[in-house]
Ligand binder design. Structure first.
Ligand SMILES: [Zn+2]
Length: 301
């Protein structure tokens, strides 16, 4: 090789290696579980933690061991964030708000062992004998005001929207047990906020809401059709994740996936547990279920 050719090749190689280093550095900068486009996160739902005796298949006190297993797994896999989708705690019978706040403190401490951003979605049991503000005085959402029960955040190439359907059909928020759990609604003010958030997002959107946006039963949000209409009109929403229906489920309606994760409280540990790792890429959503949770690979349209 002539000396001049060698020098030219050397320069090309050096430019290539600098470019590669920059790409590696850029991926490193975006943090755990995220890159410019892709993002992964952990999810769990219906923990129902309470130091009370079991009720049928609901093993309330075992939820601490189950959540610990979930957090250990998520810390090892270095996901971008962790979200629990409602009914984080339960309560004694008769209702005792002091005891319920104690259960919430204990399960939030276990959840806080996750080394990354953490989020909560409100479920009906999160107001069974306490208020929404009491719930958020203990359960913290990363970088989100404690006054907000519905909110959005950005990670990787996605926008994530968390809805609160814990309002009755007259838009009164669930409060200290004063509600009927099957009367779940997303009030008009929140619908307007949702429309606005979707309108302003320049990224694909993933939605989380405790109660279901599909089906037609007691676990379905009363005004689900209005909510779905807004999601569909935006053409940005790819998937909605739910809790609430402990047996889990899946539907696809007009190009949007609706996945319900099985409830963590169900069954004896360690034979039973339920949580999932979700990996989002540009053209697919991969759900890896742990324990009884169902794995799915969903195309993005
Ligand atoms: Zn539940």
């Amino acid at each position: 090789m002539k000396l001049i050719t060698f020098i030219q090749n050397f320069k090309v190689c050096k430019v290539k290696s600098i470019a590669l280093s920059l790409v590696v550095f850029a991926i490193f900068l975006t943090g755990n579980g995220t890159s410019a486009q892709n993002v992964s996160f952990g999810m769990l739902t219906d923990v129902h933690y309470a130091a009370i005796k079991d009720n049928g298949t609901r093993k309330y006190s075992q939820s601490l061991d189950k959540i610990t297993q979930c957090i250990d797994t998520m810390n090892q896999t270095k996901v971008g964030f962790l979200i629990e989708m409602g009914d984080f705690k339960d309560m004694p019978v008769p209702p005792d708000s002091e005891a319920a706040l104690g259960f919430l403190g204990k399960v939030e401490t276990a959840f806080s062992r996750f080394r990354g951003d953490r989020y909560h979605v409100l479920g009906n049991h999160d107001e069974d004998c306490i208020s929404k503000s009491q719930f958020y005085s203990i359960a913290k959402n990363s970088h989100i005001s404690q006054k907000r029960s519905y909110y959005s955040f950005q990670k990787g190439g996605y926008t994530f929207v968390v809805l609160d359907a814990c309002f009755d059909s007259t838009s009164v928020p669930y409060d200290r047990g004063h509600f009927e759990w099957s009367d779940a609604n997303v009030p008009v003010q929140e619908l307007k906020w949702l429309e606005n958030e979707l309108g302003h997002s320049n990224k694909p959107v993933i939605v989380f809401v405790h109660q279901l946006l599909y089906g037609n039963s007691k676990v379905t949000i009363k005004n689900a059709a209005s909510v779905r209409n807004i999601l569909e009109e935006s053409k940005k929403v790819k998937c909605v994740f739910h809790g609430h229906d402990h047996k889990g489920g899946y539907e696809r309606i007009n190009g949007i996936h609706y996945y319900t994760l099985k409830g963590m409280v169900e069954g004896n540990f360690p034979e039973s547990n339920s949580f999932a790792l979700v990996s989002l890429a540009k053209d697919s959503i991969r759900i890896k279920g742990y324990g009884n949770a169902v794995s799915m690979s969903l195309p993005i349209y």
